[in-house]
Design a protein around this ligand. Sequence first.
Ligand code: HOZ
Length: 429
Amino acid sequence: MNTKNSEKLYKKGCVHLVGAVNSPVRAFASVGGNPLFIDKAKGAYIKDVDGNKYIDLVLSYGPMILGHRNNKVEKSVSQALKKGTSFGASTNAEIKLAKIVCDAFPGMDKVRFVNSGTEAVLSAIRLARAHTGKDKIIKFSGCYHGHMDAMLVAAGSGLATLSLPGSKGVPSQAVENTLISEYNNLESVKAHFEKHDDIAAVILEPVTGNMGVVQPSDAFIKGLRALTKEKNALLICDEVMTGFRSQFGGAQELIGIEADITCLGKVIGGGFPVGAYGASDEIMNNVAPLGGMYQAGTLSGNPIAMAAGISTLTALKNKNPYKQFEKVAEQIEEMLLSSAKKHGVALKVNRFGSMINPFFTNKEVTNFADAQTSDTEKFAQFFWAMIKNGVFLPPSQFEAWFLSTEIKERELEKLAVAIEKSMEMVSSI
Ligand code: HOZ
């Protein structure tokens, strides 16, 4: 496989960019080798600067649910571009996207658009504190909620990929109000509530993607909802990955709970930088200019990003691809498991809607500790074998694979071949 141009760009990129990347997981640090540089993408496929073409299961870590350069999204973006790219004033597009988002989540009356998932979460946490007058936040190990100081403890995603317990540069005061519980372990949450009476909120990925895909048990998630209500703490669902991806109404719709505050991102921007947090009128009226909780952004509600979001969500509403995603994910699970069995590779596969990933372990994966039993060296071998066989995966055991509506019969056939060859390679090591 020729990667000469990527290698050249990597060397060049290292001069003025940190590790030649703008987000650490892109550096391929946990799978070895140098990152691939991308030239372009269309539909289900992405092409690197050496002309190698891959089925894309990274999809920009989730946003590109309709595949790359969807015609309708392209058209609405180019129409918006002709009107101007940023105004620092309100537009009708923001109102339209806000209505689509609020209609999808029962109990969400208002939404505030920001520029990333990180911003959505940091604002949601400030809002929970403003609304309850309390300070502490419970988060779960292995859940990742962006790179704000208070959430960079026991986090999944890039930190897990690089085996970092937290981040340097985060003052201890910034995390002293962050309490850690274990995912799928309600008792570990109850223990905090027994000890502290100033817990403002519990935040979680209702289905995780940042320690790989892990689903909550019914007892855990329903228990968490009841417990937070009983203790007058807010439940924040970080649906940056799952919102409009698992189901139009997010993971909450599928698992049957309603958060007090929902954080969104990725899909709602249709490939542009958009995040959002939303809640009932009662909670959102704390936010300036209606209330005293301050949060602002020059490019928030950017008209181009709003146009991409509106056309992406409208297409999803019309297509309703969620049952089809389920079928495709089931087929991929079957490919992985049967191939692993054939080659004697220990493997568990977790999936939820259009998110799926294998763990190279014998253990059922229900929390971060289970996820960490996965053999990351095997994952690295598998990753490179898949690349050589034309499939672009997240370069980390702890990131979910994402599906787009462009994965059709032809792509499934190619995936079956790539998985079989890659698993055979892993077994021979
Ligand atoms: N939340 C994204 C996936 N875990 C981040 C992607 C990245 O780290 O670049």
